[in-house]
Design a protein around this ligand. Structure first.
Ligand code: GRF
Length: 195
């Protein structure tokens, strides 16, 4: 299976996914694509010999379909079978998502269905939750809403700041996403719960 990974920033989840796809893993990375030419993850991908592409969303301000019509091109040219959103920070319309129905994944830093959207760590702290974590789900047209393929849980500790909690969750993201992708690429969609 050929995997395209979409990023917007540092790409630590992309690195974890790329580094996991070796040996008898049924998938290999075929593209790292960003909406931001300055994304730090692009250099990490190049250092790993992976094809990269950039489609800047800003020239398409307000016209999501026009941006998505460009964004899809490198994914199709790379022959991706699976698309992984990994710290990709643009909302995708149903028009884009429907082209990859059932073969697009995303990682979200909360225990979905709690805290869809942004600022998930601050919201968990604000709510006084004792636990928090991350979820990998199939992407559908509704934001952060598709079938859950995996979750990892972390404790919320006294004195946690959003950044401290985010760092604890990120460690689990780097365990969870590769584990889910390996199963998903082998055709197994039974959810994983990491402890
Ligand atoms: C992180 O906040 C992570 O929780 C979320 O996207 C952000 C950047 O991740 N998935 P990455 O380092 O670019 O993978």
């Amino acid at each position: 299976k050929r995997v395209a990974i979409l990023i917007s920033g540092g790409g630590s989840n992309m690195v974890a996914l790329v580094d996991s796809m070796s040996g008898d893993h049924p998938a290999r990375p075929c593209l790292v694509l960003s909406n931001d030419a300055g994304a730090g993850g692009l250099e990490k991908a190049r250092a790993r010999g992976i094809a990269t592409a950039v489609v800047d969303h800003r020239p398409f301000a307000g016209d999501r379909p026009a941006f998505e019509a460009e964004l899809v091109k490198p994914i199709l040219e790379a022959g991706a079978d699976i698309v992984c959103l990994a710290g990709f920070m643009r909302v995708l319309t149903d028009g884009f998502v429907s082209q990859f129905q059932g073969r697009m994944l995303n990682i979200h830093p909360s225990l979905l269905p709690k805290y869809k959207g942004l600022h998930t760590h601050a919201r968990a702290l604000e709510a006084g939750d004792a636990e928090h974590g991350c979820s990998v789900h199939e992407v559908t047209a509704r934001l952060d809403d598709g079938p859950i393929l995996g979750q990892a849980r972390v404790p919320v500790l006294p004195g946690d700041t959003p950044d401290a909690l985010a760092a604890r969750v990120l460690v689990q993201e780097h365990r969870l996403y590769p584990a889910v992708l390996r199963k998903f690429a082998a055709g197994d969609r039974t959810p994983i719960i990491l402890t």
